[in-house]
Ligand binder design. Structure first.
Ligand code: PBG
Length: 330
């Protein structure tokens, strides 16, 4: 496209007043685009602030219900659930992940009972339940084994579906898990349960505060044999295409901000909705800077939301969800 040259063309004419700027604004976001992560722990009457994530709490189910009710009042209807598992229940083989009376199935049932319209998304991976903190089973050589892990993930997905979850979100990065989980859900009678695949999940240090939140820090090794190398965009495209072919309903890119190019690529190469996960480290950076009055929190959070939408994200999982909803409604 050719533009007439200055002085005939003056792009600033389109930016002259707020009203004209609003008219030509290309991207928007609303409360509908928000997914709120929730940390759940065992017990009663507990609301514990996470040290490395000021303003984010772990809730026992009774107080979580109050939080969910308030979020729904604010217009946030999508929730990603994460369990904080007692150390005594963690082991090498992650049995607790399949407990139908475990924290997550219980939370799903209780929330759905009071708020049937809420969309509940459960994380499918073993790291909250393993004593070593890896997302899968580990063999005697400290390798994370693929196919045996996928078998457990399938059972875990069915367990959550039985409790009534709307969306399962495999975050483990094992090979072949999407088609296997789809198959397991379908044979279990859950053909309407959606799969939101963490397709392009990178081995990132931005997950640090989350691992504190869950006490799921690694006892040995790192996650680089399953999560993607931050340097590789083509490999991310490959994972995205494979998950789309295997039957994922939605794709996720994670972390968010440093990987907006991957969000954009996912949008270009598939027709699926893409979700960006603005992870714990992104939240903590903004919080720390704004608590020091180095940044205007609301303005940078809104700017980031627009950036996610501009890159092509339909939804954003963000620890700022509640604050964004409050800012939007005030
Ligand atoms: C578990 C999982 C992680 C996150 C979401 N699901 C941690 C990890 O992979 O180590 C990170 C979320 C965040 O940092 O906010 N598989």
């Amino acid at each position: 496209m050719k533009f007439a040259s200055f002085p005939f063309n003056r792009p600033r004419r389109l930016r002259k007043t707020q009203i004209i700027r609003d008219l030509v604004q290309e991207t928007h976001f609303s409360v509908n685009n928000l997914i709120a992560p929730l940390f759940i722990l065992d017990g009663e009457n507990i609301k514990q602030e996470i040290n490395s994530m000021p303003g984010v709490f772990r809730y026992s189910l009774d107080l979580l219900m109050k939080e969910v009710g308030e979020l729904i009042k604010l217009g946030v209807n999508n929730f990603a659930l994460f369990p904080v598992i007692n150390k005594a229940l963690k082991n090498q083989t992650a049995e607790e992940a399949l407990n139908p009376f475990g924290l997550i199935p219980q939370a799903i049932k209780t929330i759905k009972k009071s708020f049937p319209q809420a969309i509940l998304i459960s994380d499918i991976a073993l790291d909250p339940f393993t004593s070593h903190g890896h997302d899968g089973l580990v063999n005697e050589f400290h390798e994370v084994v693929n196919d045996k892990t996928v078998e457990i993930l399938c059972k875990m997905a069915v367990c959550h579906a039985e409790a009534g979850v709307d969306v399962v979100a495999p975050s483990d990065m094992m090979d072949g898990r999407i088609s296997k989980i789809r198959g397991a859900l379908d044979s279990g009678g859950f053909s309407d349960t959606l799969i939101m695949s963490y397709s392009a999940k990178f081995a990132s240090s931005f997950y640090g505060p989350f691992r504190d939140a869950l006490s799921s820090n690694l006892v040995f090794g790192d996650k680089k044999s399953y999560q993607l190398n931050p340097a590789n965009a083509l490999e991310a495209e490959k994972e995205i295409e494979i998950d789309a072919l295997e039957g994922a309903d939605m794709l996720m890119v994670k972390p968010g901000l440093s990987y907006l190019d991957i969000v954009y690529r996912a949008k270009q190469i598939t027709k699926l909705p893409v979700i960006a996960y603005s992870v714990s480290g992104e939240y903590s950076m903004i919080k720390a800077a704004s608590q020091n009055q180095w940044l205007n929190e609301k303005e940078v959070v809104f700017e980031n939301m627009i950036a996610f939408r501009r890159a092509g994200a339909s939804g954003v999982i963000t620890y700022h969800a509640r604050q964004i909803a409050e800012w939007l409604s005030s």
